[in-house]
Structure formats: structure tokens, C-alpha cells
Design a protein around this ligand. Structure first.
Ligand code: BMA
Length: 926
């Protein structure tokens, strides 16, 4: 692209000016709080005024605004409760609960029943205070903004005794203009928080015309009421997997931003592809606060793509959104961003510079990743309804993954390491997608940057879940600002592939979760449309045309829209996405699952391991029937449901030693969950290429849920702290790019070959039958080679079970099980899978395997070599509280010897691992 009009600093220097290059200058505010160091890249004197450019960081963009001065007010503040009986130092970012714990006023809030013991915290009002000094230089700026990146939630803000603002929404950034209130000496900033629980209840009382249900969570959740009346993490008042900790605090950074000309508040860059002319363009949006209307030039460039553009512009006085387009040189080869498993995640550096009279007034850099996303909803041959799948860069992609919930009740404790570990675990389990669920928080910038880097597609909900919401004007206004800010913040991330208005609220209305009288239903529908369609959707459409928007999940998508946004049955498998839970039906029977277009939620609970529970419990708690075990279970009858499901196929633990019985029970719940979710996921993956009885073409399997918020039973595959449950090890296999799946239909055994690869494969299935009593296979069968196109599931093997067993000789359904894999001329492709011909509780010949284990260390790390005396299903290695993970776990052992690796997440030793290691298999628990 042309660059002849581009002003360069050298050519536009005023001859009288003095150019100082790369002078390292750090500004200091007197006393505390800490100062954010700004590197001065360049300074020059213009008309006697020193103009400088600084390097800072703004939401992932390195950003510079001339004459800008940023002072962080994060750090140590003081905190007190309403009657002054408690007064303590508090870290910002942070929250009241974290501060109380850090200062020793309370124990670990997650310990035993402390969620209930510490209920009082959220009923009190709390004030955060800091005192700071600012330089004369800062105060001499034309404008000074006091910026709060996140205030949780209802607070009034005072600077030097003057009220400067009020907040009511945790999901918004607030910037307040404070220049004239700053003084020479001590400046006192106070943020007074009102109890979120009492606020929600007052808002509920004020809404007297009609109910906005649910009023309260079910008793089993031990939570607070009316969370839908406050724009705050909805699960912070409790959820069916989480405690009630209605937090208060400054949960993100606080700073002063001072400037003379303009200030860049938010930058975004969204690549758009014009299919008809095969050209990329990048839409760059600058949210700018200008002291006065300012004329200037903006230069956008991506040097690597030989693309640059300069335009004249005018920044109007005040806060404005300014959009610019950079057309990408058509002769440049643009490398695209791909989801994990489908290609790399390359990016380009975009530079945005603004000049006023030839001087740099604004400069920022950002990463641009190019990719297109389409949500395809069109007629399907042989099936009523509409398809529902994502096409990335023109390629249909099956979404494999899970649902993300807040990683901690106290967001200040979600460190970069926690995020990285969880997201790496997702990728290591061959996931390519996560849904950021609508009852939590819009995640931190880092979450999305890591997803960009790792190729994790994000289905981003807006934060509304399982409830009706009010539509008063002030509620709508704060939601509008929230949506607009969040879309601006997140839309540059290629990982975000869809916006979705809420979690399950269409379903709640359609299937009448809240017993709303028929006569009142139109009112609730009207409110629903007002909030999600006329406001949330309208803003998203205005802000971001680059990705699809769905009003709810589950939804029938285009069909819901046809039906006035609330479909008669949002769970219809012929349209959109579905959520499906069934705890009592046999999860080994694939017939119980809906053959949906897209499974965005499904799952089963399990308990975390003992080492995760131990630090938050005492000996008296260590039984399945203890009050602790019931207390941590927030899903009605959840503990019983797990055992009932387990008992369909397994003998339940019956050890006489209470602790062994408890840990064995934890184990059996994990086995049950892993096997259930495996069966269901395999069903969805194998349904991707076919239509059976009008249903199918499933193109997504996101199980509920990836992670945990605390140490408790839940649907997660990763425990609080990062330890993988058996399900997560299973996910590594059931999400493998190439996978064999077996199931029975009409007494025939079928094996499907599933491939997410781009190229075709020629595969055969190899099936081995093992007797439960013997480690040598009874027989092995191989199918003919079959073409398996990339991105498909194909039936590759079919044989009546009776014939298979007869042909095999010494096998019956009770005495044998099957293992199988896929292979081509170069060898095995994908993991080995297994199929039980009967429930293991009925298995004849299954014995205690007496597995012995030896830990060793070699150049690659730690290994555990196992020796088994017989076939052992669900072999589980556990090294207690040594953090890390095994290369494989929960496996079926059909060989005498096997070696697995252990990746430790902190230094350990052979001695410690040997001491900590326990090995459990199915027959060891009864
Ligand atoms: C889904 C979710 C959550 C819930 C989960 C398990 O419907 O959207 O609300 O935690 O089920 O019940």
C-alpha cells in the first residue's frame, strides 16, 4: 500500500525543536502508591513545551499518547467495615474476602463450612481508602481521569471529600474526570461499597409490579437471593457447583491518566474478509478522549503485509469512537489463524500512529490475527430443520471442548499461572473450543490472549444466566455500557468466534422454569426481547460485524428468531445447540442422548480426589455421608445420583476402613463420570456425518464443565488446583484428532473411524477380544481398508456381537471385553479404545490385579513402571498433593507391563513420588 503521505517524525520536526531520543525517564509521585514506570521513547520541544511519547500498555496493545502521564493507584489501600470495628490493609486489585484472609482476620474461606460462617462479610458495607500525592506536572495537564478497570460492584467514590461517581456494574470500566479535585498535598480517595446482597434485595423490593424470578437459589446451594438484580458475577451468590461469596472490592486496576491533547482508552482491530473480491481489510477502532476537537492524521500499517494507509481525521472533543480501515495489499500472502489441530496461529503487528501538525500524539501497536468465522444455519439434505456449525476460514470445524466457569470465587486469586495451566490442560486434551459461560465473568485479557496463541475458539456468553432480568431504564443503561465495553475489549481476539446473549434464559421462558402464569408470559417475553434483542444484540451488531451473535444457549438460532426469539422448544435437536442432562438413565446407552446439531452442554458429576479435599476438611469429614460431603454438594441429590449411576455398571466400594471406603467412593464417581462423558462425546463425534431418522450432523461437543471454583463435587474434568480428574485423561483420547468409536446397535458391534484431519485416510479397524481372566488376547479381527475423508465419521466395521464372539472361541459377553484401534499401512492411527460387552460388575474372571509400581527418573523426567497380574480396568495413579500430571491415567491395562510418564509442576523426587503414589483399579474397591 501507499506510504507516500506518511509523515515521519524526522521529516516533520520543527527546525527549532530539540530531539531527544530514548531518554529513560521515570516519573515519581511522592510517597505511595507505586508508580507505573513509563519509558519515554522520544521528546521534542515545540513552542517551548516538551512533548514526549511514552511506552505503556493498554489491554494488550502497547500504547502511547503524547504528553500522557499514567500513575497507578493499585497497591496497598486500607479497608474498613461500616462500624469501623475492622480496619486492615488491603491489596488492590483485590476483594474484601481476600484482604480479610491475607490479614488473618478470617481462615481460608474454602475450609469446611466457612462459606456459611463468613456470610456476614457480604452483608456489611466496606470502604477502601488510599492517600496519594501527585506531581505538579500531572496536575497541570488539561485533563486527568481517574480510571477504575473494575469495581465490584455497588459503590460510591469520593475524592478529597467530594463525590465523583457511583458504580453499579462489575463488568464495566469507569473513568471519572477529576483534575480540579486534585490537590498539592495528600489526596484521599475513598470507595465505599454497599452490601451486594442488601442492594439486590432492595432492588427486588423496588420492583413491585411483577416478580423477576428466581427469587432465591435452591436451599441446597446455601446462597443469597436476587442476584439477577445486580450486574455482578451471577454465580457469586452460589451455584450448583459453587459457594456463595458475594465479593466486594476493586477487582481490577485503578489509575490516574493525565493528558493535554488526547487519551486512547481502547483500541481494537478486527480483520474482515470480502469474499467477492478476495480482499482483507482491518477495521481499527480508537476510543479516544480528546481535551478539545483535534484535527490530525492517522497512519495504520502492517509492514509485514506491505500495507499502510494514512487518513485525515478529527477527534471530537470528549469521548468518541473513531473507526478507520486498513485495506490489505492484495498481492501480500495473508497467513490465517487456525483453531488448535487445524493449523497454526500466526499474527501480524499493526501499528497505529496519530499526528497533529506533524507531531506524534498517539501511537499504539497490536497483534492482528486473520481468520473468518461463519455460523452456518441452512437446510440439511434428508433432515428437517437447519444445520448449525462453524466454518473457520471456509472450513467446517467440529468444536471439541468444554465450558469454562470462574476459576476462583475471588478473582484476584486467578493468577496468570492458573489461567495458563487450565488452558494448557484444555489444549493437551485435544480441545479446540471453550464456552465462557454466562453466569461467571468476562475473563481477563490474558485469558483471551492465551486462547489466541493456543488456537482455542471461545464461545463468549454475555453474563446473564438461568434467570429473568429486570428491564428498568438504569439497568438497561448499565448493561448497554457493559456490552459495548466488553465487545470493544474482546473483539480483536480471533479466539472469540461467537457472542451469545445469555445462558438458558430462552429455555427458562419456553419451558416455564419459574411457573409464570400464562396471562403474564407475554410481559416476560417482551422483557426478554427488550434486553437481549433490542439492547444486547443491537449493540453487538453495531460494534462487531465480524462474528455471529446468538441470543441464547441453548437456542434454535434462526428458528428461534422466526418464533419471536423464544422457540417453543429451544432444545430441539433439529436446530441450534442443546444442553442435555440426564442423571438417571443409563449413560452407557447412547440411545438416551439427543442426536443434536451441536451439544454445547452435557455432563455428569464426580468428586475431586482426596488430596484436593484434604486441605479444606478434617478427619470427621472423610466419609461420603458426612455433613461436609453434603455441604459441598450444591446439586439436589447429587451425591446419591452419582452412586445410582455408578451402581448401574460397577460394584460400589465396600471397604471396612472408612478412609479407604471414602477414597474408593471418590474414585468410583470419577470412573463413572469419565465413562459417561466418553460415551456421550463419542456419540456426538460419530454423528457428525450422518442423518439417522432425520437427525444428526452434530458439529460440536462441549461438555459441562472444564474447571472448578472450589474443592467440591461438580461436573468438572479438572479439580480446583489443576489436578486432572479421570475424565480429563479420557478427554485426551475421546477428543483425539483420529479416533475409533464402538457402539452396539441391534446386537451388532459397529466401529466408526472419526477424523478431524484435513486429508483423507485409508483405515482399517483392528479389534481384539480379551478374557477378563487373561492378559493375552483371545482373538484379533481386522476390517478391510476404507477411505475416511478428512473431517468425517465413517462406519468401518460391523459384525453381530454373537457372531464375533462365536468366531473368537472362548468368549461370552460376560467373560470378555474388546479393545480396538485404527491403522493404516504406516501403523496405528489414534488411540486404542475399548468396549465392554457387559457391565464390569457382571464380568466373569475379573480379579484384583495386584499392580506393583516403580518410580524412576530418566533424562525425560519421572516414569512409573507398572506390573499387573491380570486385566485391570480404570487403573488410576495418584501422587496425592504432588502437583503434576501423568502421560496417561485411568486406563485399561491389558498388558503385564506398562510405563507412564509423570510431569511434575514443582520440584519433587523419586522418593517423594514413590511415597505418595497409590494405584487403584476397579477390582480394588470392593
Ligand atoms: C447448566 C449450566 C449451569 C449449571 C449446569 C449444571 O445448565 O448452564 O447453569 O451449572 O447446567 O447443572
Amino acid at each position: 500500500m501507499t506510504n507516500q503521505e506518511v509523515p515521519s517524525q524526522q521529516t516533520h520536526l520543527n527546525p527549532d525543536s530539540t530531539l531527544l531520543k530514548s531518554v529513560p525517564v521515570t516519573y515519581h509521585v511522592l510517597n505511595k502508591p507505586e508508580v507505573m514506570p513509563l519509558r519515554v521513547d522520544m521528546c521534542m520541544f515545540v513552542s517551548g513545551v516538551l512533548l514526549c511519547s511514552f511506552s505503556g500498555v493498554l489491554s494488550g496493545f502497547s500504547s502511547v499518547t503524547d504528553q500522557q502521564h499514567t500513575v497507578s493507584l493499585s497497591g496497598k489501600w486500607s479497608l474498613s467495615n461500616s462500624n469501623g470495628s475492622l480496619s486492615l490493609p488491603a491489596e488492590v486489585p483485590g476483594c474484601v474476602h481476600s484482604a480479610l484472609q491475607q490479614q488473618g482476620f478470617i481462615q481460608d474461606p474454602y475450609f469446611r463450612f466457612n462459606d456459611v460462617s463468613y456470610r456476614w462479610i457480604a452483608f456489611d458495607n466496606w470502604t477502601y481508602t488510599t492517600t496519594f500525592n501527585v506531581s505538579t506536572q500531572l496536575r497541570s495537564k488539561q485533563k486527568v481521569l481517574l480510571v477504575f478497570d473494575g469495581v465490584d460492584t455497588v459503590a460510591s467514590i469520593q475524592l478529597n471529600g467530594v463525590s465523583v461517581g457511583k458504580t453499579d456494574n462489575m463488568f464495566r470500566r469507569y473513568d471519572l474526570s477529576v483534575r480540579d479535585l486534585l490537590t498539592d498535598g495528600d489526596n484521599v480517595l475513598k470507595v465505599s461499597f454497599s452490601s451486594p446482597v442488601l442492594y439486590a434485595s432492595e432492588r427486588r423490593k423496588a420492583h413491585s409490579a411483577y416478580r423477576v424470578p428466581p427469587e432465591c437459589p435452591p436451599d441446597v446451594q446455601k446462597g443469597e437471593c436476587h442476584v439477577n438484580f445486580i450486574r455482578k458475577e451471577q454465580s457469586s451468590f452460589s451455584w450448583d457447583w459453587g459457594p456463595s461469596f458475594p465479593t466486594m472490592g476493586l477487582w481490577k486496576g485503578v489509575r490516574l491518566e493525565a493528558f493535554d491533547v488526547l487519551q486512547l482508552i481502547q483500541v481494537s482491530s478486527v480483520p474482515l474478509y470480502n469474499f467477492s473480491v478476495s480482499q482483507w481489510r482491518v477495521q481499527v477502532q480508537l476510543l479516544v478522549d480528546a481535551v478539545q476537537t483535534t484535527n490530525g492524521q492517522i497512519t495504520l500499517s502492517i509492514p509485514e503485509l506491505d500495507s499502510e494507509q494514512t487518513v485525515q481525521t478529527k477527534f471530537l472533543s470528549g469521548k468518541t469512537k473513531n473507526s478507520f480501515t486498513l485495506h490489505i495489499n492484495t498481492s501480500s500472502q495473508v497467513k490465517q489463524w487456525w483453531p488448535n489441530g487445524h493449523g497454526d496461529q500466526p499474527f501480524y503487528q499493526l501499528t497505529v500512529r496519530g499526528f497533529q501538525d506533524g507531531f506524534l500524539v498517539l501511537s499504539t501497536e497490536s497483534k492482528v490475527y486473520f481468520r473468518t468465522v461463519e455460523l452456518v444455519q441452512e437446510p440439511v439434505v434428508g433432515s428437517p430443520g437447519l444445520s448449525f456449525y462453524f466454518r473457520i476460514n471456509g472450513k467446517p470445524i467440529f468444536l471439541k471442548g468444554s465450558n469454562w466457569i470462574p476459576a476462583h470465587s475471588f478473582q484476584d486469586q486467578v493468577s496468570p499461572a492458573v489461567l495458563r495451566n487450565l488452558l494448557q490442560s484444555a489444549v493437551d486434551a485435544n480441545m479446540n473450543a471453550l464456552r465462557v459461560w454466562g453466569g461467571g465473568v468476562y475473563e481477563q485479557d490474558l485469558f483471551y490472549s492465551i486462547c489466541d496463541e493456543m488456537g482455542i475458539m471461545v464461545w463468549q456468553d454475555f453474563m446473564f444466566a438461568c434467570a429473568m432480568y429486570p428491564t428498568e431504564d438504569d439497568f438497561i443503561q448499565t448493561v448497554r455500557e457493559e456490552v459495548s465495553q466488553q465487545v470493544q475489549r474482546l473483539k480483536s481476539h480471533p479466539s472469540v468466534i461467537i457472542w451469545s446473549g445469555n445462558n438458558e434464559n430462552e429455555a427458562a421462558l419456553a419451558t416455564d422454569w419459574f411457573s409464570i402464569p400464562v396471562s403474564q408470559r407475554p410481559l416476560y417475553r417482551k422483557d426478554y426481547v427488550t434486553l437481549y434483542v433490542n439492547n444486547v444484540r443491537a449493540i453487538v451488531r453495531e460494534e462487531d460485524e465480524s462474528r455471529p451473535f446468538l441470543v441464547s444457549s441453548p437456542t434454535n438460532g434462526a428458528e428461534s428468531e422466526q418464533e419471536g426469539w423464544v422457540a417453543a422448544n429451544p432444545y430441539d435437536p433439529l436446530y441450534g445447540d442443546t444442553h442435555f442432562y440426564s442423571y438417571f438413565l443409563d449413560c452407557w446407552d447412547w440411545r438416551t442422548f439427543p442426536r443434536t446439531r451441536f451439544a454445547s452442554e452435557y455432563g455428569f458429576q464426580s468428586w475431586p480426589s482426596f488430596s484436593t479435599l484434604q486441605p479444606v476438611s478434617i478427619k470427621a469429614d472423610w466419609s461420603y455421608n458426612s455433613s461436609f460431603s453434603s455441604h459441598r454438594q450444591h446439586h439436589e441429590n447429587g451425591n446419591q445420583q452419582m452412586l445410582l449411576q455408578a451402581a448401574l455398571h460397577f460394584n460400589l466400594p465396600n471397604a471396612t476402613d472408612p478412609l479407604k471406603r471414602f477414597t474408593d467412593t471418590l474414585y468410583i464417581t470419577q470412573v463413572t463420570q469419565a465413562q459417561c462423558v466418553k460415551t456421550q462425546t463419542e456419540f456426538y463425534r460419530r454423528s457428525q456425518s450422518e442423518i439417522i431418522e432425520g437427525k444428526g450432523r452434530t458439529m460440536g461437543a462441549l461438555y459441562w464443565q472444564l474447571n472448578d471454583i472450589w474443592q467440591a463435587p461438580s461436573w468438572s474434568s479438572i479439580e480446583f488446583g489443576g489436578k486432572w480428574k479421570m475424565l480429563h485423561y479420557f478427554a485426551q483420547s475421546f477428543f483425539a484428532a483420529v479416533l475409533p468409536v464402538a457402539f452396539e446397535d441391534d446386537d451388532a458391534l459397529l466401529i466408526y473411524a472419526i477424523s478431524d484431519l484435513s486429508h483423507d485416510l485409508k483405515l482399517r479397524a483392528a479389534v481384539s477380544a480379551y478374557s477378563w481372566a487373561d492378559l493375552d488376547p483371545v482373538c484379533t479381527l481386522k476390517s478391510d481398508l476404507l477411505l475416511v475423508p478428512g473431517g468425517s465419521a465413517a462406519a468401518i466395521f460391523k459384525q453381530p456381537v454373537a457372531a464375533l464372539l462365536a468366531g473368537c472361541g472362548r468368549c461370552t459377553r460376560l467373560t470378555c471385553l474388546l479393545t480396538f484401534h485404527l491403522e493404516d499401512s504406516s501403523g496405528q492411527q489414534g488411540p486404542t479404545n475399548h468396549h465392554f460387552l457387559s457391565s464390569p460388575k457382571d464380568a466373569q474372571g475379573l480379579q484384583k490385579p495386584n499392580i506393583t509400581a516403580k518410580v524412576q527418573q530418566d533424562a525425560t523426567g519421572y516414569t512409573v513402571t507398572l506390573h499387573s497380574a491380570s486385566v485391570a480396568p480404570f487403573v488410576w495413579l495418584d501422587v496425592g498433593n504432588v502437583p503434576g500430571r501423568f502421560s496417561s491415567n485411568g486406563f485399561l491395562m491389558v498388558s503385564r507391563n506398562m510405563t507412564v510418564g509423570f510431569e511434575a509442576w514443582r520440584p519433587t523426587s523419586v522418593a517423594e513420588l514413590s511415597r505418595s503414589l497409590t494405584v487403584t483399579s476397579l477390582a480394588d474397591v470392593y
